[in-house]
Design a protein around this ligand. Sequence first.
Ligand SMILES: Nc1ncnc2c1ncn2[C@@H]1O[C@H](COP(=O)(O)OP(=O)(O)O)[C@@H](O)[C@H]1O
Ligand SMILES: [Mg+2]
Length: 267
Amino acid sequence: MASSPTAAPFAGKTFGVTVSNLTKLFAGVAVLKDISLEVRPGEIFCIMGPSGSGKSVLLKHIAGLETATSGEVRIGQFDAADPATREKVHLALVFQAGALFNSLTVYDNLALYPREHRLCNEAGIRERVMHALSILSLEKAAHKFPSELSGGMKKRVAIARALVMEPQLLLYDEPTSELDPVMGATISEIIATLRRQTAVTSIVVTHDRDLALSIADRIAIIMDGRIRATGRPDDFREPKDPQIANFLMPVIDLQNPRFKQLENNHE
Ligand SMILES: Nc1ncnc2c1ncn2[C@@H]1O[C@H](COP(=O)(O)OP(=O)(O)O)[C@@H](O)[C@H]1O
Ligand SMILES: [Mg+2]
């Protein structure tokens, strides 16, 4: 049967994720400790926690880039650690630093995956790439190199590249890190809009409280490799657990020399 070159082979399907008793040791040191959580199909699920708490390692297990010491991750009914799962589930991971190829233009960065996987002919690839760029308002950047882009644009290109894969599961690692608050809000809006338009399950690792509280359906807080709490954003607006409160709303110490300096500058 002939199909149009731009047909979305996976459109309309998405998957939930189940993490069961996941433990990961690096050189004998546990960085994930008996993690269990369930992400429902179509949900925006934020994984929050301090730096070094295990967020990226957890996301890599979901993406099949790390193998568990014990326990398992399932994407729908498929084992995330099984390489064959990548043939069955279209999964896209938006890396923290964007992970763009500096020697390729934005256009070629986006075209790389469909070309390598021979998803369609060049005309079809062009249509896919330009469509993804237009969703992220990046058409004018198509022929620029990553070194010519601002930090916010690089993050948008990384998301556009994920969209070209027509993902059924979208994973983001710190999508707003190193961005100013306005660009951070723009990225939050994009993540929420994409989920609204495609209903794709979106797992967002972040330590950005504003991002998580504004877009998440549910949030898990991870501390020192363990799930400390899960709930809806409203459950975390006035957290009772002192450790969670301290992470989400650190008390600003006005005696800190840095703040003293700021005060002096305003005088
Ligand atoms: N490949 C690795 N080998 C050894 N230790 C690692 C590796 N990846 C991560 N770690 C350690 O695991 C812990 C959790 O890391 P990570 O998940 O990156 O934290 P974050 O919550 O900041 O994303 C850290 O102590 C980190 O140093
Ligand atoms: Mg990380």
